[in-house]
Design a protein around this ligand. Structure first.
Ligand SMILES: [Zn+2]
Length: 399
């Protein structure tokens, strides 16, 4: 729990430090990387990284940021890119565009010992530069650039066919909590690890039916260490990470507390969220405690998880679960969306949520949870929520 205190302090101090506008002082090419240097510590959450196609380019929007002067990022040229552009895209957004013309795996990072910098590795391949164009076509180009500037500099139209093609490739990671010697919560002789695996399998079927690829962190009753749960999501470039759990309270309040809750990773002062996180974190910390270095904490909590996106995903999933359950059952409590520092979500650098599908300690809810009808509705709700979230996300990105 000492780790926790360090990490809370860290979050508090960082919010204070990041309050004023960040200045981008210098952009340079060094050792095959594009290096951005800011005037102060920045928050990686300020940087939105995405790609655009035709021609292929990596785009970085740095929020709450201004160019220190007009010269920053001018006349950068590398044999590994068609072009590198740095501009004040909006009043408080600096945009960096790396045009390579073809895909490469771009994994930018904040270097460990220079927290005012952001490094973007460039591709290893060389690109053929466009031949110098004749004067006439330069004039034409200028015209068309001006035209498109008026609309949006990166306007791309995407047809519906393309969207469904995208969808087929999108990978969802489903993580059934606990397993093996770690039973999770127990109520009335029933075990959390069995329940969540049953629901995970139903969810797998539903998502596949919707055209997604699915990876299950476990398909049977076995114990997994923390890194095993999230590593695959990062390596396989999953779109979403969903961890499934069931909740529990001590005996004296077991008749009072019930309902569905969805969490995303963030520190919180909410005592209830902290209690649930502490309970779910126990096994994970036991399994991998020594390996959780300071770097893991820094990387994943400050830089990694896409908190805003995770929050949106959580809202969609929670809403759809409740709609489905309420259509057939009375008295299911909507515990809402909350945030809590779950270790299982740490390290998954993509929208990640943890669904507590119900209270195994509550007699009536436990009975329902172990019926296929109830489980089906939960799985359907999660699948619809994920689909809804990703549909919206596709619209946002393919502007
Ligand atoms: Zn659990």
């Amino acid at each position: 729990m000492k780790l926790f205190r360090i990490f809370l302090l860290f979050i508090l101090s960082s919010t204070l430090l990041f309050s004023s506008v960040t200045l981008l002082k210098k952009v340079e090419l060094q050792k095959g990387e594009l290096r951005l240097h800011f005037n102060q510590l920045y928050d990686k959450k300020q940087i939105k990284h995405f790609t655009l196609k035709k021609p292929y380019r990596e785009v970085f929007d740095i929020r709450n940021c201004r160019l220190a002067n007009r010269k920053v990022g001018k006349s950068l040229s590398s044999s590994h890119c068609q072009s590198i552009r740095v501009s004040q895209y909006k009043r408080n957004i600096v945009r960096v565009v790396i045009e390579t013309g073809r895909y490469y795996s771009c994994t930018p990072y904040k270097p460990l010992f220079s927290w005012k910098s952001y490094h973007i590795p460039l591709p290893k391949f060389n690109v053929k530069k466009r031949k110098t164009v004749k004067k006439k076509s330069i004039a034409k180009q200028k015209k068309s650039v001006n035209k498109s500037k008026k609309k949006s500099p990166y306007l791309i139209t995407v047809d519906k066919k393309q969207i469904s093609k995208h969808k087929k490739k999108e990978l969802i990671v489903i993580d059934a909590g606990h397993g093996g010697h770690d039973t999770g919560a127990i109520g009335g002789g029933k075990r959390e690890k069995d329940l969540v695996l049953q629901i995970a399998k139903r969810l797998e079927k539903k998502l596949k039916a919707k055209g997604y690829s699915v990876y299950m962190t476990r398909k049977r009753d076995k114990f997994l260490k923390l890194p095993q749960r999230t590593r695959i999501a990062d390596r396989k470039d999953a779109k979403v990470f969903i961890s499934i759990h069931a909740n529990s309270v001590p005996k004296r309040s077991r008749h009072k507390v019930h309902g569905v809750e969805t969490f995303f990773l963030q520190t919180t002062r909410d005592a209830k969220s902290q209690r649930i996180a502490a309970r779910e974190n126990r096994a994970v910390l036991k399994g991998a405690g020594s390996k959780l270095s300071k770097q893991v904490i820094v990387d994943s909590v400050l830089n990694g998880p896409k908190i805003v996106q995770s929050n949106k995903l959580a809202i969609d999933v929670q809403r759809r679960i409740m709609t489905n359950l309420h259509s057939r059952y009375k008295g299911v409590r909507d515990g809402g969306v909350r945030h809590a520092p779950f270790w299982v979500l740490v390290g998954a650098s993509r929208p990640s949520i943890l669904v507590e599908v119900g209270y195994i300690s509550h007699p009536r809810e436990r009975k329902r949870l172990f019926t296929s009808r109830y489980q089906e509705l939960i799985a359907k709700g999660i699948a619809e929520g994920v689909d809804n979230y990703l549909n919206n996300r596709r619209k946002e990105i393919d502007f």
